[in-house]
Design a protein around this ligand. Structure first.
Ligand code: ATP
Ligand code: MG
Length: 363
């Protein structure tokens, strides 16, 4: 299916002559090309075109840096497909993934830049001569500028391929124009580029998640011998029974779990607890802080399952947590949990049909 992905149908895709020129210019290889553009500017279409054109000249890699409208992996991941030669394009079916755990870079800048760097290093280590990096359409505003510029600082691309409509990238590009590096390559947005509605974007994510989890099985995953990342519990000591009872009665809800790390208490309760109640209780109990998570926020939580090197083996959906036995009940498209050495908790909830569910809060 991804073979089709790079084989653009000439009757369906408009290739401006400047795109052909860029492909010719970077045909020699050894270039990292970062595509920039606003939403629906044709970034992914350009990436497809370039991969298809550059693949015959040597190993190329496609770094899918869009964790929302993702191409390679499920949403909430970055993906890397290494293409040894045009004939082995089906290798696209097994991309390396980096788990972001969210479908937007907003609030997730660190995993976004770290993930890009790790995947670019992996592409280079595998021998890719040219790496084409697709990005999200987040270009408006200071936060977007910071993210794009930090990414450029870290990845040091040779060229920025800019699909610009009306100056929307200029605030990001200004320093590179002044410095002369990386090269800024201006490309027109094709007249055939079409906007996607928010519903179409949501449907794309749902379909990708649904397909991904279609063949999932239920597993029980013990956390005691596994590395846990971004977990708000299983990091401290259990509260003494008397303290736990005071906490439960002060919160007016039953507690599933309560632990303390250096005076900071984390609890999982049957219901959400209003912020002022938590603050008052923390003060009363002499705690530095008190975080209370609603148990429902962990149901259907997206997880990343890692191997011993920290590489993503698969995504999973958390069904239930057995706090006593420290076991997670999950569904994942893996035959068994033997190779799972680490678990990373994502910041979104998804059901098996791919639908994104609400999260009351992060902490
Ligand atoms: N050169 C082109 N010829 C034909 N169709 C195009 C071309 N460029 C873009 N399109 C169409 O416009 C739409 C948006 O293009 P594309 O998905 O490549 O944009 P994008 O910048 O990657 O969007 P996003 O911001 O969602 O990542 C798609 O339906 C695509 O098929
Ligand atoms: Mg895109």
């Amino acid at each position: 299916m991804l073979l089709e992905w790079v084989q653009l149908r000439p009757d369906q895709v408009h290739i401006p002559s400047s795109w052909t020129k860029v492909a010719r210019r970077f045909h020699q290889g050894n270039a990292t090309l970062l595509i920039l553009g606003g939403p629906d500017a044709g970034k992914t279409t350009l990436a497809r075109y370039l991969i298809g054109e550059l693949a015959p000249a040597g190993p190329v890699a496609f770094l899918d840096g869009d964790m929302g409208q993702s191409t390679l992996g499920p949403p909430a991941t970055l993906g890397l497909a290494f293409v040894p030669s045009q004939r082995s394009l089906p290798n696209f079916l097994n991309p390396a993934l980096y788990f972001i755990g969210a479908t937007s870079p907003m609030g997730h800048f660190l995993p976004t830049v770290v993930g890009h760097r790790k995947l670019l290093d992996a592409a280079r280590a595998a021998g890719a001569r040219t790496v084409v990096i697709d990005t999200t359409g987040l270009v408006a505003g200071g936060a977007a500028r910071e993210l794009k510029q930090r990414k450029i600082e870290l990845l040091r691309p040779d060229a920025l391929l800019c699909l610009q409509r009306a100056g929307e990238l200029e605030h990001i590009l200004r320093p590179y124009r002044a410095a002369g590096h990386p090269q800024v390559v201006e490309l027109p947005v094709s007249r055939s580029a079409r906007p996607k509605s928010p519903d179409q974007r949501r449907e794309h994510r749902e379909r990708k998640f649904r397909d991904y989890f279609r063949k999932s099985k239920e597993h029980h995953l013990s956390t005691q011998t596994r590395a846990l990342w971004n977990f708000p519990f299983f990091a401290g000591r259990s509260l003494l029974p008397s303290r736990r009872n005071s906490l439960a009665s002060g919160l007016h809800t039953s507690l599933l779990h309560a632990e303390v790390v250096e005076g900071h208490a984390n609890a999982v309760a049957a219901a959400d607890v209003p912020f002022p109640v938590r603050v008052a209780l923390a003060r009363q109990m002499g705690l530095e802080s008190l975080s209370v998570y609603a148990a429902a926020d962990f149901q259907n939580r997206l997880l990343g399952l890692e191997d011993s090197r920290g590489e993503i083996l698969a995504l999973a959906l958390l069904q239930k947590i057995d706090f006593q036995r420290q076991v997670l009940k999950i569904v994942a498209p893996l035959a068994n949990m033997g190779d799972v050495h680490g678990v990373r908790m994502g910041d979104l909830r998804v059901d098996r049909a791919g639908k994104q569910l609400s999260l009351s809060r992060k902490g």
